[in-house]
Design a protein around this ligand. Structure first.
Ligand code: M6R
Length: 368
């Protein structure tokens, strides 16, 4: 069943172009408008929504953090992202105008389930983004978008994450369509860009030489840092989580802009630091992150830079350069996460760990 791969995780990493394509399939109705898989939320109620709260755990929470940038940008509705385990214990402000979005690959995560039960008791509408048909979380929700990743067996979420980001983007576009905050052609353009991502992901998977070499070079390091900004920030968090759970190496993800507020004190000779560089856009994020790369390199860090192809400005400051296909800032997480997954999988393999069943972890956490 592993199709010749050593691990389910590796197989699932390579299934990502297909999983993303499948998640994008059949999303329009006869009028060419985006539809949900299931929904009992009336159009009127949907227009009344004035707040989105995304609730999830672990990697699914990071998919939510990525989605926040897109949902707020496209819909102009404020969007909070919260760890499911924290949600109901803080007396959250939730009412019938709140859309609570629960993201869960398994659909059985107890923290997430208890959070949506609490949200519903307060009158919120709940929409589930889930990979498992008929599981508890979608059954207890008012609306559902299924990810079509196929079964994810490896404990580390990979294709689950990418398809969750895609499903969240479909939700963002759906809300923008229903509320009229984007024009039809703007929605069509984003959908077209999304449909091009499976090829971009496949390109990343065909060019893993630098990552594989890096894993063997870094097999004995005690600590690794990850930096990102905007949609690259949750990518940094996800890169760090993968390394913790698979390779049992201390790893931390930071927002690059926070570096000067503390974490830069951690930088020392030869410390490996991954940096996700945003595409060159109209804002100055790209240049600011490149300054961060310069700052940490000047302090001796070993810089591992993920940047889009043709980004010549960064080359002089990258000890290792991982090139990413050109995509928009919002879609960059769909390509930038992949080398980090492969890095963690490879490093854990070299350390002799069980990649599919890391110590102390369960695929589905059904206790609070
Ligand atoms: O099934 P879920 O998506 O609700 O699971 C959420 C987390 O437990 C899960 O993403 C976990 O963080 C993974 N082990 C990460 O690789």
């Amino acid at each position: 069943e592993k199709d010749g791969y050593d691990w389910f995780m590796r197989k699932e990493i390579f299934e990502q172009p297909g999983a993303v394509a499948a998640t994008l399939l059949d999303r329009l109705n006869e009028q060419g408008r985006i539809k949900l898989d299931e929904s009992t939320i009336s159009p009127g109620d949907l227009r009344e929504i004035n707040k989105v709260i995304i609730i999830a755990c672990g990697t699914a929470n990071y998919a939510g953090l990525v989605a926040k940038y897109a949902i707020e940008h496209w819909t102009r509705i404020s969007c909070e992202v919260e760890l499911a385990s924290e949600f109901r214990y803080r007396d959250p402000i939730v009412d019938s105008r709140t859309l609570v979005v629960a993201i869960s690959q398994s659909g059985e995560t107890m923290d997430t389930l208890m959070a949506i039960r609490h949200a519903r008791e307060q009158g919120a509408r709940v929409l589930a983004i889930c990979n498992t048909n008929g599981s508890t979380i979608p059954r207890e929700s008012d609306a559902v978008i299924y990810t079509h990743a196929g079964p994810e067996i490896g404990v580390a979420s990979t294709k689950g994450f990418l398809t969750q980001v895609v499903a969240c983007y479909l939700l963002g576009l759906y809300l923008a369509q229903e509320r009229g905050t984007l024009f039809g052609d703007e929605i069509a353009n984003v959908l077209e860009d999304l449909r091009a991502t499976p090829d971009a992901i496949a390109k990343v998977l065909n060019d893993l030489g630098a990552v594989m070499k890096l894993a063997s070079d870094l097999v004995d390091v005690p600590s690794v840092l990850f930096l990102g900004r905007h949609a690259g920030y949750p990518v940094a968090l996800e890169g760090a989580l993968k390394l913790k759970e698979l390779a049992y190496i201390h790893a931390e993800g930071f927002a690059a802009g926070e570096l000067k507020h503390g974490p830069i004190a951690l930088i020392e000779q030869d410390l490996p630091v991954f940096v996700v560089v945003p595409p060159k856009g109209r804002d100055q994020l790209h240049d600011k992150v490149i300054s961060n790369v310069q700052e940490i390199r000047a302090r001796g860090a070993r810089t591992i830079v993920l940047a889009e192809e043709g980004d010549t400005e960064v080359i002089g400051y990258a000890d290792t350069l991982i090139t990413l296909p050109k995509v928009s800032t919002l879609l960059q997480p769909l390509v930038a996460t992949v080398p980090l997954q492969v890095f963690a999988c490879e490093l854990a393999t070299l350390k002799g760990h069980d990649v599919d069943q890391p110590r102390n972890l369960a695929k589905s956490v059904t206790v609070e």
